[in-house]
Every structure is written in C-alpha cells, then in structure tokens.
Design a protein around this ligand. Structure first.
Ligand code: GLU
Length: 415
C-alpha cells in the first residue's frame, strides 16, 4: 500500500499512537482528534490588470483549552483544508509542549505569492483579515507569519483589523515589524530555538557540535537564519537548498555569500564556489545534522533508509512521514520532532503578546535568554519522557503535550 501523505491523517495517526501509550480516555481522544472550529471563505481581490480573482482562505482553531488559539498563516498554491487542520493540531501540541498559555490554530490561503505584485498581496492580506476579524482577537485567536508570509503582511493585517475595530490592539497578530509592536528577536526565533534544541540533543547523544557538518533544506526565514546562526553553535553548514535546487561545498557555505547571491538571482543555485546538487541528494548527504526547514513530507519511506545524519532537527512542520519515522528510529537517528524543534517562533510570539500587553519592550538579549530557558526546558521534558517510557522522541513529545491539553480540557469539564 502506498504511503498516506495527507498531513491531517498523519497528525491524527501520531495522536492515536500517543493516546494508546497514554491510555487516554476514548472520549477525550475522540475530542482531540478533531478541530474545534474552522472558517472557510472566499477573498475577491482586484488584480493589477483590472480583473477580480477569487482566492480561497481558511482559519482553523484546533483547540483553545489552554488559551487563545495561536498559529501562523501560510500563502501556498498547494494549501488545502487538511494541511491547515494538521498544522493547527501541531500548533496545539507545540504551545502545550512549550508550556505557554495558548492553544493552537492555523490559517492559509491558496495562492502563489511569487506571481503576485506587492499591491495584490496587500489587498489579499487585508481581504483575509476582513474575513476573520470578528473571530480572532487577543483573547480568542492570534495569527502570525508562516510559509510565504512576513512582517509586512502582518502589518497590513494588523492595520486592517485596527481600522475595522477602531482601536489599537497590537497583540492581535504577532511577527509584526518592530515599529508596530513587534518583538526583538522574533524573525530569527524559530531558527535560534531549533539550534538550542540541537545543542541539547547533541549533549544527550554525546556528540560534539564543534565542526559538525549540517545540511539545511529550505532557505526561507527559518532555513536562512539557521544557516546564519549555525556557526555560533560550532556547526559547519555544507549544503542548503531552496525550491529550485541545492548547493554543496564540503568546506562550508558562507551565509553572506549565499544570501547575496539569492538576492541578486532569486535562487541559491550557481552560488560561487559551490557544486549544484538536487534536493533529494541534499537530504541524503553524509552530514551530522540534517535540518529540514521547508514543508511537509520530505522524509518518506522512499528516502529514509538513505538518510545518514545522526540528528534530524525538524525546523519545518511535518517533514517526516510515520513510515520514515519508524525507519529513522530503527537506524538510531535522533529526531527532534517538529513541534518541539520549531517552537522558538511561537515562544517569541508569546513574548511579543506579553510585551504588547504591557507596552514595555525587552532587548534582544532578554528575548533570546528567555527563549533558551523555555525551549531547553521543553526539550528535557520530552527527552526524559522518551527515556522513562522507552518511546521515540516524537511519541514522547506527544505524551507531554497531549497530557497537558487533556488536563485543561478535563478541568474545563468539556469531556
Ligand atoms: N508559524 C510559526 C509556527 O509554525 C509561528 C506561529 C506563531 O508564532 O504563532 O510555529
């Protein structure tokens, strides 16, 4: 039978496995398998050529027992309601494993932002906000950036929300530009948080990071910042990729050279002093650390057996299928599961909400120190659970997170 690559089916199967280990009450299990609320809508946008194009948008509030739903908005041509549901479920487990007082949600628009002008993107972003404004808020649901969305898009959405409401409410969306109430350190936070978990996983594995080699798949906000910051942790990044291809240099890739090339040519391939390889080859390189930092379903039953890394740090959401998980675990690969590894973004989003609430802002050193504390504590909760229950790290991350969400649901008397 071929592998089921539907992300929501995968998210549910992962929960089912954890529920069995936890001996979760069947009624609770049934409740946690489904999103609590979802919104589907159309967004008509006036295009530059005078035509009107209708886009489809979604917002899923998967679970808000522990606090307001929280999660980003993706702009992607392959977006479906099931990807958004899966990502919203993973946000629920992410905020719980990080022990921040928030639930999980996610949004998406089916669109290809590469083919749209800045004006079209602004009208699309504002149209999305007009559709969800009445269902979100600092006490209900707080969106943020994700794949193909960035601080400027957050700024347009914030402005649309505040215009509709008639008051300022910066905490309604995170990942904002600094002048509009963004947090220091938010943009690199996902990458930095992931590197903190790699540092801890390496210690747990008895692996020195000094000169350890690393390949990064994806060169958006997360992958590019992971490359930029990796040197501070002793890592030598030898390969990176974007959607057009990958580049490799066994002696290491300089972040500035790669980003300059990307800025000028729109892709990483053909960067000076690098060899062009393809994305599949990048994943299978003989490196110590592999960082998938792109999209779902990259490590599958088709390639998992050929992965050589000792640590797979999932900075992307859902990069590994359950079949690949089994293969990698059998090979003894240490997987830092996505909703732990990439929790740095939402942790600093939470800090951003806190700062917006107080209208008092922290410096970057303070943000990074608190991020380190939160994510390192989360890492050890998961690592210790995996050792005590003798389960793999993904199942143990689910055990920690699901237990916390289930407790909040129970205390509220929902189940
Ligand atoms: N989109 C990021 C994630 O998947 C951040 C979400 C947030 O900050 O709310 O974790």
């Amino acid at each position: 039978m071929s592998e089921n690559l539907n992300p929501f089916a995968i998210a549910q199967a992962q929960l089912d496995e954890a529920a069995a280990v936890l001996q979760l009450d069947p009624d609770m299990h049934a409740f946690l398998r489904e999103p609590m609320r979802e919104f589907h809508f159309t967004i008509p946008v006036k295009m530059d050529d005078g035509s009107t194009k209708t886009f489809q948008g979604f917002r899923v509030q998967y679970n808000d027992a522990r606090g307001p739903a929280k999660g980003g908005i993706r702009f992607h041509p392959d977006e479906t309601i099931d990807t958004v549901r899966a990502l919203a479920a993973w946000m629920t487990w992410k905020t719980a494993v990080s022990d921040i007082p928030l639930g999980g949600g996610k949004g998406g628009i089916i669109c290809n932002p590469r083919t749209m002008s800045p004006g079209e993107l602004e009208r699309l972003s504002r149209g999305y906000m007009r559709n969800i404004a009445r269902y979100i808020g600092i006490t209900q649901d707080v969106p943020a950036p994700d794949v193909n969305t960035h601080p400027q898009i957050m700024a347009w959405m914030l402005d649309e929300y505040e215009k509709l409401m008639g008051w300022h409410e910066p905490g309604v969306i995170t990942g904002k530009p600094l002048p509009l109430g963004g947090s220091q350190g938010r943009t690199p936070a996902t990458a930095l948080g992931g590197l903190f978990t790699i540092r801890e996983a390496a210690k747990a594995r008895g692996l020195s990071l000094d000169g350890a080699t690393c390949a990064i798949q994806g060169y958006g906000n997360v992958g590019s910042h992971a490359h930029q910051l990796a040197g501070q942790f002793g890592l030598n990044v030898v390969a990176v990729s974007d959607e057009f291809g990958a580049i490799y240099n066994p002696h290491g890739l300089d972040h500035k050279v790669v980003t300059d090339h990307l800025r000028r040519h729109g892709k990483v391939v053909d960067c000076p002093e690098t060899e062009a390889i393809n994305n599949a080859e990048l994943l299978e390189l003989n490196v110590d650390i592999l960082i998938p930092a792109a999209i779902e379903n990259q490590l599958t039953s088709q390639n998992a057996a050929r992965i050589k890394a000792k640590i797979v740090a999932e900075l992307a959401n859902g990069p590994t299928t359950p079949e690949a998980d089994n293969i990698l675990n059998d090979k003894g690969v240490y997987i830092i599961p996505d909703f732990l590894c990439n929790a740095g973004g939402v942790i600093v989003s939470y800090f951003e909400m806190v700062q917006n609430g107080y209208q008092f802002y922290w410096d970057e050193a303070m943000v990074n120190e608190r991020l380190d504390q939160k994510i390192t504590t989360a890492f050890h909760a998961v690592h210790t659970m995996s050792q005590s229950k003798k389960v793999d790290t993904r199942v143990s991350a689910y055990l920690v997170a699901v237990d916390r969400v289930a407790e909040a649901v129970r205390l509220r008397g929902w189940v």
